[in-house]
Design a binder for this molecule. Structure first.
Ligand code: AHR
Length: 512
């Protein structure tokens, strides 16, 4: 054998990291339900998310639509089983006046989007359009209330307009006139957004007092459904903010606390979404893994005051954030690559594993903004690698978490170390066990030994999302470049399932 051939063979051998990865499934400890709302989304009036991305208008003749909403987007979101949608922001929510965007379209007040690019919006997509869309998708709406330039009265009236029975007031008469008689019964209400920054730059003391005014009034109008009120939590590791909320807001006044975490390598130099180096990739993964720490530490503070876990932790903005695409397809528009699939795989596993406290999460953002599941260009559409991960992971929605103990190989760079493997598992109502695995190592295959002692397995199948380069993505000309495939690289022997994952891959296994 030639020396070069030998080196090549050794290279291939060493590319497959030996089996130090071990997973033990604790089937007997299963009990916590993974809320389907962990798989939620976020739509803000920002760039081409709402106008053009979701809504093309009732009079559009080139893109097929239902009441102005793109049919291709509707179909793709239904396929995802989208459980909820947060709207209208983000920072935008804190300057939004809902009454400007109801009633006959020609009479609606055009606005300047003060948060995002000072563009003019004609308000043709407002409360009715949003809530009707959620109804069509079978998704729970999650409204963010304007706490900065808005008033308590405005928020209270929004609850009446959306939730109260017909005939109760001029607000429900207005709803009736708009063609909608029965209430939508909106359960989820965010009170403010990033109130420590774009939402008013408040101190936590100021926020708490204001929050209590909103939360008291919004629930004191005899509304039919009990509201789920979400207070603004910290956007950074500011656990004192969380502590102040837990200590000072009476339990009967809030149901959730929201946190935000973006995987950004450097806020002043975010880097390209599709042309990035190995170092940038590693830094993004470090940021993605920080979600674990943020959840754990916030949960620790919450546990102190709420050991029964009555108050939910809601991660209502998360995802990768890079420099806007130079193609100029809109504000905060970015491509979505296998790197984003890795962020999604890790993050959703983290959420699943913390399902006892994390009851909802919203990927930022649904179409054409940040880590989108869908990108659009006129009549064309792309389902991104992140879409495919969300779709593969949907088996966990409302399933019972099966805790997984993991020993993982390391993925290292320049002396920094990360876990290469991430895992979560659940049992669905029909008894099927699903294991979702992510290998973020972009050089090495990973062999994983999953202990399945005591499990009766009559069948197994798997799906994989991967590509040879971590920069790989779908384009409008090649929308199926990165799509899930059948995964077969696993073997079942007594008491153990051996899985062999290629670099940069997400695998979901189903065991019957
Ligand atoms: O998702 C984009 C922006 O990020 C949101 O408007 C804001 O809440 C966050 O800072």
């Amino acid at each position: 054998m030639k020396r070069t051939t030998l080196i090549l063979l050794l290279g291939i051998l060493f590319c497959s990291v030996s089996a130090q990865n071990k997973i033990t499934l604790q089937v007997d400890s299963a009990g916590t339900q993974i809320s389907r709302h962990i798989y939620g989304h976020f739509a803000e009036h920002l760039g081409r998310c709402i106008y053009d991305g979701i809504y093309v208008g009732e009079n559009n003749t080139t893109v097929p639509h239902t009441a102005g909403v793109r049919n291709d987007v509707i179909q793709a979101l239904k396929e995802l089983k989208i459980p909820n949608l947060r709207w209208p922001g983000g920072c935008f929510a804190d300057t939004y006046h809902w009454k400007d965007a109801i009633g006959p379209k020609a009479e609606r007040k055009p606005i300047e989007n003060l948060s995002w690019g000072n563009v003019r919006e004609d308000n043709s997509f407002g409360t009715n359009e949003f809530l009707n869309l959620c109804e069509l998708l079978g998704a729970e709406p999650y409204l963010a209330v304007n706490m900065n330039t808005g008033t308590v009265q405005e928020a209270v009236e929004w609850v009446q307009y959306t939730n109260h029975a017909s005939g109760t007031s001029y607000l429900t008469d207005l709803r009736q006139k708009s063609g909608r008689s029965k209430p939508w019964n909106v359960k989820y209400w965010g009170i403010g957004n990033e109130s420590w920054d774009c939402g008013g730059d408040m101190t936590v003391e100021h926020y708490i007092n204001l929050y209590k005014q909103y939360a008291t009034a919004m629930t004191s109008y005899g509304n039919t459904e009990k509201l789920f009120r979400i207070a603004v939590g910290p956007g950074s590791p500011d656990y004192a903010w969380t502590e102040a909320l837990m200590k000072n807001i009476p339990a009967r006044r809030f149901e959730g606390i929201s946190i935000h975490h973006y995987s950004v390598i450097d806020w002043s130099n975010k880097g390209s979404s599709s042309k990035f180096t190995d170092e940038e990739y590693f830094k993004t993964m470090q940021q993605a893994w920080r979600m674990e720490d943020m959840i754990r530490k916030n949960a620790e503070v919450m546990d102190k005051y709420d050991p029964q876990k009555r108050v939910a932790l809601i991660v209502d903005e998360w995802g990768g954030w890079y420099s806007a695409d130079p193609e100029g397809r809109g504000q905060l528009y970015q491509q979505n690559t296998i790197r984003d699939a890795m962020i999604a795989g890790i993050t959703l596993n983290i959420f699943n594993n913390h399902a006892d406290r994390v009851k909802m999460a919203n990927l930022a953002q649904i179409v054409n903004v940040l880590q989108s599941v869908i990108l659009t260009d006129k009549e064309k559409i792309i389902l991104t690698p992140t879409y495919h991960v969300m779709e593969m992971y949907k088996v966990h929605q409302d399933a019972t978490l099966v805790p997984a103990r993991l020993t993982s190989n390391e993925f290292t760079m320049g002396g920094n170390r990360l876990q290469a493997i991430s895992v979560s598992a659940s049992k669905d109502q029909s008894g099927k066990l699903h294991i979702s695995l992510t290998n973020i190592d972009n050089k090495n295959r990973q062999e994983i030994d999953i202990g399945i002692n005591g499990l009766k397995i009559s069948g197994m199948s798997g799906r994989i999302l991967t590509s040879s380069k971590v920069q790989d993505h779908n384009t409008f000309d090649n929308p199926a470049n990165v799509v899930p495939k059948i995964f077969k690289d696993m073997t079942l022997s007594k008491g153990s399932l051996k899985v062999n994952m290629p670099p940069n891959s997400v695998v979901v296994i189903e065991l019957n």
